[in-house]
Design a protein around this ligand. Structure first.
Ligand SMILES: [Fe+2]
Length: 240
């Protein structure tokens, strides 16, 4: 396959060139800002002794009880579909990461961020800030209560809309285990048209970005639930 000249008039067509190195693959043509973010030099992996010494440590005292419940941060509840998002943070060997800081941010139910640069003409919700954080427990589990975010336009290309998503930032045992990523919801019709989602070129890896609807954790008469596990591994750095 080759990249379509106008991939957004239909489903995104991915380049499939095995000669492309990882640096080139991070520069995804359909996702414009990757041209400035993608590394231009070969990546290097830090020696083990440099990344096992000073991992970040976050104490419970750094968090407020409401930090993990985005529906309880204001006088009243936000509008929208209340959901629970939970899962485990694991290392490459499947071991749970205890005390990992998990931070989330998201648009409100109307697809609007509480941020100065978001001028999407959708209403802000006075009862929703859209940011939360928690620490994983002894089994590596995290849990948030929030509302399902709406899709929003983002002007990357004509009629560009993001699938509903929640942004995640995680710190593992070491700083180079930081991961910034996005969680998506199953069955979103915008997946084929979103260059950010499709910039993850391996279809199996894209599937891992989609949470699982979790009936077992759904709270009757109150909230649906989604489960999303996250694996952290050391990230190679761009060579200086
Ligand atoms: Fe977003």
């Amino acid at each position: 396959m080759t990249a379509s000249s106008d991939p957004y008039s239909g489903p995104v067509v991915l380049p499939d060139d095995p000669t492309l190195g990882p640096e080139v693959q991070l520069d995804y043509p359909g996702y414009r800002s990757t041209q400035w973010r993608a590394p231009s030099l070969p990546l290097v992996t830090l020696p083990e002794e440099l990344h096992r010494l000073d991992g970040p440590v976050f104490g419970e005292s750094a968090l407020e009880p409401s930090d993990g419940d985005l529906t309880r941060q204001h006088a009243n509840e936000p509008l929208g579909e209340r959901i629970v998002v939970h899962g485990r943070v694991l290392d490459e060997d499947g071991r749970p990461l205890r005390g990992a800081l998990v931070e989330v941010w998201q648009a409100n139910a109307a697809g609007r961020y509480r941020h100065d640069v978001d001028r999407h003409p959708a209403p802000l919700d006075p009862n929703f800030s859209g940011a939360g954080r928690c620490l994983t427990d002894a089994e590596g589990r995290y849990r948030f209560t929030t509302i399902k975010p709406g899709a929003y336009p983002w002007r990357n290309h004509p009629n560009a809309w993001r699938p509903a998503h929640i942004h995640f930032s995680l710190y593992g045992r070491a700083f180079e285990q930081r991961l910034v990523t996005q969680m998506y919801f199953p069955g979103d019709p915008l997946f084929p048209y979103d260059p950010i989602f499709n910039s993850v070129r391996d279809p199996r890896a894209r599937e891992l970005l989609i949470a699982r609807f979790d009936l077992e954790e759904t709270r009757p008469e109150w909230a649906l639930a989604f489960e999303w596990d996250i694996v952290l591994s050391a990230t190679p750095f761009e060579a200086p």
